[in-house]
Design a protein around this ligand. Sequence first.
Ligand code: ARG
Length: 467
Amino acid sequence: MSRSNKLWGGRFLKSTSTATEEFSASIRYDYRLYNHDIDGSLAHARMLCSKEVISVDEFAAIENGLKKIRGEIESNSFKWSETLEDVHMNIEAALTSHIGEAGKKLHTGRSRNDQVATDMRLFLREELDEICLQLTKLQYVLISLAKREAGTIFPGYTHMQSAQPVTLGHHILAWNEMLQRDYQRLQECRRRINLCPLGSAALAGTSYPIDRDMTAKELGFDGLCLNSLDAVSDRDFIIEFTAHASLLMVHFSRMSEELVLWSSDAFNFIDLGDEFCTGSSIMPQKKNPDVAELARGKCGRVTGNLMALLMLMKGQPLTYNRDNQEDKEPLFDTVDTLHICLRVFTAMFPGVTFNYKRMHAAATRGYSTATDLADYLVKKNMAFRDAHEVVGKVVGYAVKNGIELADIELDRLKSFCTVIERDVYNILDLQGSVNARDHIGGTAPGRVMQAATDARNLLDARVSETG
Ligand code: ARG
């Protein structure tokens, strides 16, 4: 007689040691899959019934039992047991204790291996859709900010050195481009998530007359996993998602770094809003950009999850190995981190206030219109390299005298190059400089306005597609 109290205990003479139980149980975290696990079981049982593997009455009992269990879980009255290892066996054991014999038939033609693979795909599909929705909201916020700031002069940097004036709206739309690509990547990955492993059973498929298309359709999958061995062992979809999530977090981290810099005393370009900053327990004057810093920090965490998942799969022979249970915590953590980052950034951006004077002054400093002066000379028929040389000398003069290019008198400018006329001051001016960059992808206010409108139209189309 079996001495084990497990659902799989038939061949065991001794029960599992407490340490093993503690070591191998996943219920602490995989209870989160309960809804998808129940959906998967309902679809499987309905299919078994339609193929007359179980009777109509048995199906009815299973359906009622599972729905009751869902209710118990949702009202917090369900008793999870660590001895029952995971979410699958907790629910199945409860089903049998509720409805008796019929409950024991649910697992016909199925294994926890195809069951958990199905649960994970359903879970990730739902989370991904929610994340994409939030991402869309954040993009809307950025785009309307970009519209508002389409004409605002802002210092553009390379090497963190003031380079050329740009518009703030243009800078914000650069962030939107990053997020746009993140969205596309996630959608692309969704196609590979949304395939159904059910029917693969433990690894080799099943000898029951199953209808895989029926279960897949009922669960909203676009198609089937086409090889049972791969279906139970594949976790590529989780790795792919986490890779895209890591890149999204890299984008958050880059934005955060800018927000931290801009809100510092040295830059003083922005105020992040009290609701999104925290104080210091010792220095009463402090207002710290903690949200941005935490997001920057959480990037490391998600990238760490990606590494964990890659190493989890490396070296696993086909097919299912228990290693795979370790896919859950990194994925859950990744999903939770994305949700909270998206939410807090979407809430924070509309309240950010800009210090236009400081941004303008910073854009003026550092001879940021030197390239415009060179371009001016080129338009007067000088070769670009010669123009570069002349402007280098003009900048040297300005540095030596501690003045800006626009402060140099016309006679002095002419002493560097006779073709310079009074109209030069139009281009030495910041507004003239940004206005001149009037092409697709350029920073001229009109272009930024147009780019923001185009970006918004893309989002509108996305929303009407996804409903
Ligand atoms: N809790 C397990 C997991 O997450 C479920 C599958 C267990 N399968 C098995 N053959 N032990 O992977």
